[in-house]
Design a protein around this ligand. Structure first.
Ligand SMILES: NC(=O)c1ccc[n+]([C@@H]2O[C@H](COP(=O)([O-])OP(=O)(O)OC[C@H]3O[C@@H](n4cnc5c(N)ncnc54)[C@H](O)[C@@H]3O)[C@@H](O)[C@H]2O)c1
Length: 313
């Protein structure tokens, strides 16, 4: 079995994964993306290596022939936002829950070799213990968190009931080049990048002391690849974080220091559904998948900032 498919491959993380796969020289990569939050320009200089299908994962009949017989499917397509899932729970459920079910079903019926599923650290919710370990009971706080968790449960059940080889990675606040800063639902670091480059004041939701395990996108993409090739991990779920924890205030002050500017942030009301603190225990991913994150927060921010400066967001 051969061939790589990336759902959501025109998005932020997906397009970085496509680039990483192309560097391996594995042939053309099939991308399934309806361009809801993704953009063809995210694939600009690698476009020739991509077989792009503008297809909705909610359309089973459209995706089934595309995934049939593939070696590996990376399932990243989603509406990836906590606040959006609260404001628009129906489309969020349709894509993240029903669409994900469709992908697993199509992969199972199509004899796919392995599915790597982009799960989310939001599944942990506000469990008090830090860092978060995979064995903790989940406590989702938003429709988005429930939907992503449901995807994990389906991944596990498609393995146990239908013998589909699946591996779930719980991503923890991924950041890096090509993260879209233009929507109110955008990830916080992309919004910070835009503010620092344009010299505008960012609004931090809450007191800024909420903390996250910010993970540079290349570390996540590397782990996706490792998860697609590791032995003895079918049906399992792993944290895909960096193992550190920084507050939003720390991130903003690091970024302004790197840029050499002094812009105090504004503070606004906390965001609904947000968890307070998040940090991954990476022991299992290191042991079973060979996870070895390479980028410190400072290095990741420097690289990301260089990209936003060059691309003028
Ligand atoms: N960015 C993070 O910090 C983070 C954290 C945890 C989990 N994740 C997960 O990682 C994955 C990728 O997220 P991202 O940050 O790159 O976001 P993104 O919005 O850039 O990528 C999502 C992609 O899915 C596509 N898509 C949306 N609905 C679709 C549909 N119905 N059919 C086909 N394609 C569809 C979008 O057009 C987009 O290209 C998501 O599954 C998300 O839940 C991300």
């Amino acid at each position: 079995m051969s061939g790589y498919i990336v759902t959501g491959g025109a998005g932020f993380i997906g397009s970085m994964l496509v680039r990483r796969l192309l560097r391996e020289g594995v042939g053309k990569i099939t991308v399934i993306d309806n361009m809801l939050t993704g953009h063809e320009e995210n694939l600009a200089e690698v476009r020739d290596g991509v077989d792009l299908h503008r297809v909705d994962i909610c359309d089973y009949d459209a995706i089934a022939p595309l995934v049939r017989g593939a070696g590996t499917v990376f399932h990243l397509a989603a509406i990836p936002s906590v606040p959006r899932s609260i404001r628009e729970p129906v489309p969020s459920h349709e894509v993240n829950a029903d669409g994900t079910f469709n992908v697993f079903r199509a992969c199972s019926e199509g004899g796919v070799g392995r599915v790597v599923y982009a799960a989310s650290s939001s599944a942990y919710g506000d469990t008090e213990v830090l860092p978060k370990v995979e064995t903790m009971a989940p406590r989702p706080k938003s429709p988005y968190a429930v939907q992503k968790l449901l995807g994990e449960y389906y991944a596990s059940v498609f393995y146990s009931c239908f013998n589909l080889d699946t591996v779930c990675l719980r991503f923890f606040n991924v950041y890096g080049p090509r993260q879209d800063p233009t929507s109110p639902y955008s990830g916080v670091i992309s919004i910070f990048m835009r503010s620092v480059v344009e010299r505008t004041t960012p609004t931090i939701h809450g007191d800024g002391e909420q903390s996250r395990d910010f993970t540079y996108v290349e570390d996540v993409v590397e782990l996706c690849l490792k998860a697609s090739r590791a032995k003895g991990v079918a049906g399992k779920m792993y944290n895909a974080g960096n193992g550190n924890r920084y507050t939003l205030n720390q991130v903003w002050s690091t970024l302004t220091r790197i840029e050499g500017v002094d812009i105090p942030p504004k503070y606004g009301p906390p965001r609904e559904g947000d968890v307070r603190d998040s940090q991954a225990d990476t022991t299992a991913a290191v042991r079973d998948l060979g996870h070895a994150p390479r980028f410190s927060l400072e290095e990741g921010l420097r690289r990301t900032l260089a990209w936003y400066r060059e691309h003028g967001h």
